[in-house]
Design a protein around this ligand. Structure first.
Ligand code: PLP
Length: 444
């Protein structure tokens, strides 16, 4: 085809057409092979071309693909709800199905506001979030996102929410222990709540591990436990945005499981259907749903495709696949191996300031000078150079830059499918090493 009429991420750039995928590999129509080192957008977490999922898709399509949620429930959606309730921590037993992570976080925001209204506390409408966070691209979700680059153009349209600092161990104040740093960062939430007034605040939202805006930044132990205490103390709901971390990615079913913290609302997306269909969810506790049931009885959110049987059947098949192949446990084991290899790279290559991660959600941060941790100016596009060079070399990695302009450096995410073997990790790291060394050479 000579001319494209599709609006691409970068206008004017030509993208190869994908032909097919198998396991951790994708192939373009010219026959070039790529290691999917980031599961696309940290999404294709069970790998490509899985027969069982294709079969579940076909089976459901032959029964019924679409029935509107105001008319019918379905076996697929009921089983998916039950499965998620059995996986989720605490009293998070209820799922509201949507189609993207942005919709899931925005629905969580709405449910939080509605909950307080139905409790007779209608002034509690604002959210607290963190800099260097990403909760989605729609206006409500972007209002809660502290991703400087993605907000910039739309600031006048965004809700005015208080924002606190992220826990960012690599760039913590000199001489501060991780333990001190955990409470130092969490206590900022208490300060923000007191400044704004608990009567104004509906919820605090955070990613368990900072993804798209920081590159797999893992908080110090104790941080989320303290956050939970503060939220309880001031009647502020805690929303865990597990769109990137959920469904096994970090080596536990959900990121919060690492710290035994039980959120009031939890969002899922990406790995929930592993890219086989658009599917996401907002999960809520019994307490929240009981309150709304006793009140108006109607959650004021939803989309045409919410809870459609086709996507539910696909997502259910994905969760069954994750269970049957022990992919949560596998993510922990393979993730530890990948992180070790990445840390070896970081020791060897001056351009890499830090290698970090949890489970199979890993990241590299690039710096101008390792000792001072000085970042490159974003205008230099160092992470983008790595991503482009990796692509040339047949390796896909994910950008995680721009979350904290002026402070944070350039980062990338490495998050292959949870099915990756040890030999495949070796192959991935070899290509990554070659790529980063090439970029380092180009930067001289
Ligand atoms: N929340 C988190 C933590 C994410 O990482 C993302 C996407 O990267 C979103 C929400 C938004 O999800 P989506 O792109 O599916 O709208």
């Amino acid at each position: 085809m000579e001319r494209s009429y599709v609006i691409k991420p970068e206008l004017g750039k030509t993208y190869p057409q994908v032909s097919h995928g198998k396991g951790i590999y994708l192939y373009d129509v010219a026959g070039k092979r790529y290691i999917d080192g980031c599961s696309g957008a940290v999404t294709a977490s069970i790998g490509h071309g899985i027969e069982e999922i294709a079969e579940a898709m076909r089976e459901q399509a032959l029964k019924v693909s679409f029935a509107y949620r105001s008319h019918f429930s379905s076996e697929a959606v009921e089983e998916l709800g039950a499965k998620l309730a059995s996986w989720a921590p605490g009293e998070l037993n209820w799922s509201f199905f949507v189609n993207s992570g942005s919709e899931a976080t925005e629905t969580a925001q709405k449910i939080a506001i509605q909950y307080w209204q139905e409790k007779g506390r209608p002034t509690k409408t604002r959210m607290v979030s963190r800099w260097m966070s990403y909760h989605g691209i729609t206006m409500g979700a972007l209002s809660m996102s502290g991703h400087v680059l993605r907000r910039k153009r739309f600031v006048p349209l965004l809700a005015d929410y208080p924002t606190i600092s992220p826990p960012y161990p690599y760039r913590r104040p000199d001489g501060m222990s991780l333990e001190q740093y955990a409470s130092h960062c969490a206590n900022e939430l208490e300060t923000a709540i007191l400044r704004v007034g608990p009567d104004q605040l509906a919820a605090f939202i955070a990613e368990p591990v900072i993804g798209a805006s920081g590159g797999a930044v893992v908080p110090p132990d104790g941080y989320f436990q303290r956050i939970r205490e503060i939220c309880d103390k001031y009647d502020v709901l805690f929303i865990a945005d597990e769109v990137m971390t959920g469904v096994g990615r970090t080596g536990e079913k959900f990121g919060m499981d690492h710290w035994g913290v039980k959120p009031d609302l939890m969002t899922l997306g990406k790995g929930m259907s592993a890219g086989y269909t658009p599917m996401a969810a907002t999960m809520a506790t019994d307490a929240i749903i009981d309150t709304i049931t006793r009140g108006s009885g109607l959650i004021m959110a939803g989309h045409t495709y919410s809870a459609n049987p086709q996507s539910a059947a696909v997502s259910l098949a994905v969760l069954r696949y994750v269970e049957a192949h022990h992919l949560v446990e596998r993510a922990a084991v393979q993730g530890a191996y990948l992180l070790k290899k990445l840390q070896e790279l970081a020791e060897e290559i001056p351009l890499i300031g830090e290698a970090r991660g949890l489970g199979l959600l890993c990241g590299l941060e690039f710096v101008k000078e390792k000792k001072t941790r000085e970042p490159f100016p974003l205008s230099k596009g160092v992470a983008n150079q790595v991503i482009a060079k990796a692509f040339e070399n047949g390796l896909l990695v994910y950008p995680a830059t721009g979350g904290l302009e002026g402070i944070a450096g350039d980062s990338i995410i490495i998050s292959p499918p949870l099915t990756i073997t040890t030999e495949e990790i070796d192959e991935l790291v070899e290509l990554l090493k070659k790529t980063v060394m090439q970029v380092q050479e180009d930067l001289r």
